[in-house]
Design a protein around this ligand. Sequence first.
Ligand SMILES: Nc1ncnc2c1ncn2[C@@H]1O[C@H](COP(=O)(O)OP(=O)(O)OP(=O)(O)O)[C@@H](O)[C@H]1O
Length: 533
Amino acid sequence: MPEEQISSAPLGVLVRRHGAVVAALGLAAGDAVQRALAAALARAGDRTLFELPLPQGPGIATALRADGLEIVLLRPADAGATLLDFVAAVPFAFDIFEQILSDPYQGITVADHTGTMRYVSPVHEKFLGLQPGGGAGKPVEQVIRNSRLRAVVASGKAEIGQPLEFGNAVTRVVNRRPVRRDGQVIGAVGQVMFRDTEAVAQMAAEMQQLRTQLEFYRRELDGLRGTRGAVAELVGESQAMQRLREEVQAVARLDVPVLVQGESGTGKELVVRAIHALGRPGQALVSLNLAAVPGSLVESELFGHAAGAFTGSAKQGRAGKFEMANEGTLFLDEVGDIPMDVQIKLLRVLEERVAERLGSHAAKRLSFRLVSATHRDIGALIASGAFRHDLFYRISGVTLQVPPLRHRLEDIPALLAHFVEAFCQRNRRAVPQIDAGVARHLADQPWPGNLRQLRHRIEEALVFSPPERLTLEAFGRGAVPQAEAAPRREEPARLKDHERTAALKTLADCGGNKKRAAERLGISRSYLYKLLA
Ligand SMILES: Nc1ncnc2c1ncn2[C@@H]1O[C@H](COP(=O)(O)OP(=O)(O)OP(=O)(O)O)[C@@H](O)[C@H]1O
């Protein structure tokens, strides 16, 4: 190459023999450059590529050495070339490369675009049992059986943090990245982490432990919420309600069938829901209202039916309530209305804990919790032969009695506040102030429809009262319709009954405050408790 051409290009060539300059062309011609080059060569040791501070800025040099002869090519560092910039800017750039390649905690593998292994770092060679350089030139799979470097070359997509099994039950975490030049994938680099896998494994174990703990506390919290939520739904601080809440909590966790008795609208369903929420949280609560289903359909509702069991039956068959409630709670509402023929079959299911779909002979073992409710007088039904004695015993391991509202008028202020709040929340209204006489007025009513009727009256009044106040006048509209009216209660014949009624009303007047009610009545608190018991 003519010397002038080298001199005009931003390149230099220096040739030294045993340290003495034999030739210096282009950039290498100046003294200052030669001094810088001599110092850089001395620092570089036997490295071939090294940084070179040129008078005009950072430069890069490549040295070839043999038999005391050194040929060095030099050029200014290219601002756009990341690697050269790095090498030029960091005096210990090569130490960093070396450190990366010989890091005892990570192995490096390099494949080219044909899937041929080009490089395996020393620590990884050792791990794989390879001779130094023993992997280079072989298909990647020959070096590492399940290597995915070829796949990464093909897809051009990095795989980060993937587990890689190395036979002997050793699993490592691997990062694989495609290498691109001018947008084309020209190879792939694998990075196998040794130490970090242990750290990752430990972290994973810790995370698993935390997850288990979290799950545990979540369940506990759900349980607590469920407990508080379910029982708190049963509003009322009367002794009767306090006792009922305690009984609900006591029976909920036992595996006994429960029969909930009480007049219509007293809150039997609410009690059943609370029992279910406490006893079988997270499982299904399956209800069947036996008074609402025609007698002829009760059996198929309960047992379901097999495919094509009868004309018009569902093609794939249908599960009955017993099956649906498996592991959960089966709620038989209005159980007093169950037809006699079904009573016998129900008894069999409860005794044997197996049920067959209609038209099928495949009996299924079932585990459900049975809770029943009725507003009827079951004793009278048994006496008249309309209800089987043995079934009664099967469904009423425990009987809970939900008291009618007239026996707990002192709950009216709390129920009033509760129904007002619930209504306003549902209808996104501000909760109004409640006029002083409202609770007293409500406590004076007979409430044959119990809490359901009370709720409806309160909601109706809310609709017709000014938004900021719930007035007594708003209740004027809703005279109790005759059909709903209770058969007129007989006037209490005994003095005690008069006293109790007066006590309940005064208590309602005093917002449930027993101390104030006792004062107003002029009796002791313990006597008031006695009257209320
Ligand atoms: N203790 C209570 N606290 C708050 N709300 C209640 C309470 N008891 C009943 N209610 C409400 O009163 C209404 C009637 O209750 P529920 O349907 O549970 O009565 P029920 O006895 O099952 O009636 P039925 O015998 O007619 O089926 C529901 O809106 C219910 O939310």
